[in-house]
Design a protein around this ligand. Structure first.
Ligand code: IPM
Ligand code: MG
Length: 354
């Protein structure tokens, strides 16, 4: 098969982890006789430095004319420390998600038994943990109007959700649950927020079409506790944009490192694949980043966008095998142990793909 992939390395460790994923994709292409063509685009702080715009027109064009998008990471502390900055790296990924309508962010949380010990949770809590966070990605407080009042004495961010936005993400969650453990936990703050009450009402309506799937509702504060207390009981967690952002970082602690977790951001026409972690700028260029989250995101791309199930499994199994063999990156190594660099670790995963 011939596929064109838009590659957006972005900032910080982005370029390094993307490079390892491309090596793996090339190995898969060779093994299965595919042709992958890569079109590179600028995004984030590196795009601001070169063009003044975190999401240049050319990048959007590359994304719109490719079969899928592979994304690294975004962010730079020089903007975090400047709250007045008008142009910010994160606007790059937010505008990309919005303009391509990538409304469904799928974040699977699975755990490697060999890494139980690097998680702060007790081993017995981690057994059978296997859930997916389905996060709404193009609505909510992220995209509501932002304002400053009376020369910055106050500010506001508007949180809005339409019924249609809730319906389409709810359907995604139920469709996923149907193929899994048939359980949806919808997370909201319906005891306080009107958008959450509309959310709950709408999710209840959608659930009528999925009689085989069990639905329960949890408040987000309680969910953040239950993810730690009984993580193995979740199957599909359905939630809005900001709650999903926060809960997915929390859930990564179960896996032992945020560097391990992939994600897919899917719309009707386009799909983007990215690790859930940030740009980790301090580690940039040091060959210490964990490429697994990005490599597994590439595997999700093979499965979901290209319908290459066998190829996706080859990559996922290669990652599993590498970890099983005791190979570790810095973030997953117990402190006394030696660890491998990003490149060396990526190279072993690649060998295990062949
Ligand atoms: C994520 C990130 C982004 C988000 C940032 C970089 C804008 O934290 O993908 O989880 O908040 O969505
Ligand atoms: Mg986040």
């Amino acid at each position: 098969m011939q596929k064109t992939i838009a590659v957006l390395p972005g900032d910080g460790i982005g370029p390094e982890i993307i490079e390892e994923s491309i090596n793996i994709l090339n190995a898969v292409a060779k093994k299965f006789n595919h042709m992958f063509e890569y079109k590179y685009g600028l995004i984030g702080a590196s795009a601001i430095d070169k063009t003044g715009d975190p999401f240049p027109k050319e990048t959007e064009e590359i994304c719109r004319t490719s079969d899928a998008i592979l994304f690294g990471a975004i962010g730079d502390p020089k903007y975090d420390n400047d709250p007045r900055a008008k142009v910010r790296p994160e606007q790059g990924i937010l505008r990309l998600r919005k303009s391509l309508e990538l409304f469904a962010n799928i974040r699977p949380v699975s755990i490697y038994p060999e890494l139980f010990d690097i998680s702060p949770l007790k081993n017995e809590k981690l057994k059978n943990v296997d859930f997916i966070i389905v996060r709404e990605l193009t609505g909510g407080i992220y995209f509501g109007e932002k304002k400053r009042f009376s020369s910055s004495k106050s500010a506001s961010d508007v949180l809005t959700y339409s019924k249609d936005e809730i319906k389409r993400i709810a359907k995604k969650a139920f469709d996923l649950a149907k193929k899994r453990k048939k359980k949806v936990t919808s997370v909201d703050k319906a005891n306080v927020l009107e958008t959450s009450r509309l959310w709950r009402e709408t999710v209840n309506e959608i659930s009528q079409d999925y009689s085989g799937v069990e639905l329960n509702h949890l408040f987000v504060d309680n969910t953040s506790m239950q993810i730690i207390k009984r993580p193995s009981e979740f199957d599909v967690i359905l939630t809005e944009n900001m709650f999903g952002d926060i809960l997915s970082d929390e859930a990564s602690v179960l896996a032992g490192s945020i560097g391990l977790l992939p994600s897919a951001s899917i719309g009707e026409k386009y799909a983007l694949y990215e690790p859930i972690h940030g740009a980790f700028n301090k580690a940039a260029g040091k060959n210490i980043a964990n490429p697994v989250g990005t490599i597994l995101s590439a595997a999700m791309m093979l499965r979901l966008s290209f319908k290459m199930e066998e190829e996706a499994q080859v990559v996922e199994n290669a990652v599993k095998e590498t970890i099983k063999d005791g190979k570790r990156t810095k973030d997953t190594a117990p402190s006394q142990e030696t660890y491998l660099g990003t490149k060396e670790f990526g190279e072993i995963i690649k060998k295990n793909c062949l």
